[in-house]
Design a protein around this ligand. Structure first.
Ligand SMILES: [Zn+2]
Length: 266
């Protein structure tokens, strides 16, 4: 079994997002900075990305209305700000877009997909997503603000694109596990490293989703907090418990601010 290394490539940030969009029915009025990340996985012979993130330019062109900030689920949404574009992040690792062998799309929100055709549209990279996730676009009207425009998915479909049916070991030591609830059939990446399994959570989560405060744990009957945005809140809860039950796994919530401090993991 190969040992994988995980390098989070933080490409952009969403400043001061409403925290209850992440923690369902908790933290109303709280604010969090949200890193937008593409996770680079390497086993010595493959270069894999788990999601590709977004950019200020793509956001301005495709998501932000022309007449003012996005209004998303009642929140006036501060514009995406670039940190380091994905092409530069890859170059820092000695890679070009054409060096990537596989892109795993955990789910289809714009902050996870927009860079896929924008950066890799001219490459041969294989792109995989769960079929039950793909079949649910165009998005329900409630989620129109969190999905990319139709053109982005058409561009992804025109790439070397494949849908998956359920849990899949896509490469040795890299298993994709279906974790629905935040989206119809999101998938999380279970990555075997020299330091044990790591799980890149395929849902828009922060640390507090998986590790609620002592106050919440003391008063509640639940041990995790589902995502504020979800297609099935109880399925989301069950998916989070399923992730927590993976033996000895280090859980990496997708958008947790701690990612800013990570170098290479595993
Ligand atoms: Zn997200």
């Amino acid at each position: 079994m190969p040992d994988w290394k995980i390098t989070p490539l933080v490409v952009a940030i969403g400043p001061q997002r409403e925290k209850s969009r992440f923690t369902y029915m908790h933290n109303f009025g709280g604010r969090v900075d949200v890193p937008y990340v593409s996770w680079l996985l390497q086993d010595g012979s493959h270069n894999v990305l788990v999601d590709t993130g977004c950019s200020a330019t793509e956001y301005a062109e495709k998501i932000r209305p022309d007449d003012g900030p996005l209004l998303l689920a009642g929140e006036t949404f501060a514009d995406v700000e670039d940190l380091t574009p994905l092409e530069q992040r890859l170059a820092d690792q000695g890679l070009e877009p054409g060096d990537i062998d596989l892109i795993v799309q955990t789910h289809l929100d714009w902050d996870h997909t927009m860079n896929t055709p924008a950066v890799f549209g001219d490459t041969e990279v294989k792109v995989v997503v769960q079929r039950d996730e793909w079949d649910r676009i165009p998005a329900h009207p409630l989620f129109a603000g969190t999905y990319s425009p139709k053109s982005t998915y058409a561009e992804i479909e025109a790439m070397n694109f494949e849908t998956l049916e359920g849990d899949t070991e896509i490469l040795p030591g890299l298993e994709l596990v279906v974790t629905p609830g935040h989206s119809p059939a999101g998938q999380s990446a279970v990555v075997q490293t020299a330091e044990g399994p790591h799980v890149i959570v395929g849902m828009c989560t922060i640390a507090e989703n998986f590790w609620p405060t002592e106050e919440v744990l003391a008063k509640g009957t639940y041990t995790v907090i589902p995502t504020g945005m979800h297609t099935d809140v109880m399925a989301c809860y069950d998916s989070m418990l399923k992730i927590k039950a993976i033996p000895a796994a280090r859980i990496l919530p997708f958008h947790d601010i701690a990612v800013m401090e990570y170098d290479t993991l595993g």
